[in-house]
Design a protein around this ligand. Structure first.
Ligand code: CP
Length: 351
């Protein structure tokens, strides 16, 4: 049950410190995963992303649409793109934003996730954007939090807003006329095993109608042959060349050095030799206008060559920038449901 209203000047009672929740009509109060989202949910989010882009392009670059909402970013793992773009997105919608520096917070004294979430609620947070090394952590947070939880990446499991921004960038660059990815082939290469990005992308890309080809070293693709068989439209390929054949887009995944437990990769030189994205390999196998994505951060010279990452096919910085409007849309949808996000009217030209 959500608290509503609450005026100024109530004093610093416990109730006042528990900042009232803003009214909401959201059918999806949290954004924990994309797997529960239908194509029409995804289209709604993409439409809101367009409205968010208009706000960002307006003279002020912001609105007060979520004024009074307190957003807290709580990241137990390192991040540049996701955390900063969530914070910029929240500010562009007029919210107050706080960031917990986990390393210097009471987490370091052993405070549990549940107690941290309850503490943040008591301090007035309405929205928690959570990244955690444990799969499922955002679901646990959502059980004890009466506001909204947005998953900013949990373990190897899910990274919903990354998949949404990848989808948005792909639709803009290689989308079919009907606003889908039907007839488009997307290759995803590399460390699938540790990748929350690929697990979320599989859902959104299939929902958009893309054919997906996966490839990577056998030690880093365990379980994906079965997943491919189950989902239809997804193939686990034996080689990079096979996965690239006719691809309209290719996404290289980061070798997650921090999650390797030894033995999966004999050497980074050997990895590049077999699985590295080079211009020669893309030109030899992929469709002519094939575009290149990477969720970042990159190990340049390992999973992707610098001249590909910085070359004309690369959409990597477009992905980074897309994080802001997409995360504005995610915040808006969790807090306001189907309500339209209105951009300010364009300034009238002087006559
Ligand atoms: N893609 C991604 O999640 O990047 P960060 O770790 O920098 O947030």
């Amino acid at each position: 049950c959500r608290e509503r209203g609450g005026g100024e000047g109530e004093g610093l009672s416990a109730e006042r410190r528990r900042t009232p929740m803003p009214p909401t009509a959201a059918p999806h109060r949290h954004l924990l995963d994309v797997a529960g989202l239908s194509w029409s949910d995804l289209k709604l989010l993409l439409g809101t992303t367009e409205a968010a882009r208009r706000i960002l392009g307006s003279p002020t670059g912001r609105v007060d649409a979520l004024k009074g909402v307190n957003v807290t970013t709580l990241f137990y793992e390192a991040s540049t793109r996701t955390r900063i773009s969530f914070e910029n997105a929240a500010k562009a919608l007029g919210t107050n934003v706080n960031s917990v520096a986990v390393a210097s917070s009471s987490v370091g004294k052993g405070e549990s996730l549940v107690d941290t979430v309850k503490t943040l609620r008591a301090l007035g947070s309405n929205v928690i954007v959570l990244r955690h090394e444990r799969a499922g952590a955002p679901w646990l947070a959502a059980r004890v939090f009466d506001g909204s939880v947005l998953n900013a990446g949990d373990g190897w499991h899910a990274h919903p807003t990354q998949a949404l921004l990848d989808l948005s960038v792909l639709l803009r660059n290689i989308g079919a006329k009907d606003g889908t990815l039907k007839g488009r082939r997307v290759a995803i290469i590399g460390d699938l095993l540790h990748s929350r990005v690929v697990r979320s992308n599989l859902h959104t890309l299939r929902a958009a109608g893309a054919e997906v080809r996966l490839a990577g070293p056998a030690e880093l693709t365990r379980g994906f042959a079965e997943a491919a068989e189950r989902s239809g439209g997804v193939t686990l390929c034996a080689s990079l060349a096979e996965a690239l054949e006719g691809a309209d887009a290719v996404m290289a995944l980061r070798i997650q050095r921090e999650r390797l437990d030894g033995g999966e990769v004999s050497s980074f030189e050997a990895y590049r030799e077999a699985w590295g994205l080079t211009e020669e390999r893309i030109a030899a196998h992929a469709a002519r206008g094939c575009v290149v994505l990477h969720p970042g951060p990159m190990n340049e010279g390992v999973e992707i060559d610098p001249d590909v990452a910085d070359g004309p096919r690369s959409l990597i910085l477009e992905q980074v920038a897309e994080g802001i409007p997409v995360r504005m849309a995610a915040l808006w949808r969790t807090l306001r449901g189907d309500a339209p996000l209105n951009a300010p009217a364009p300034a009238k030209a002087n006559s």
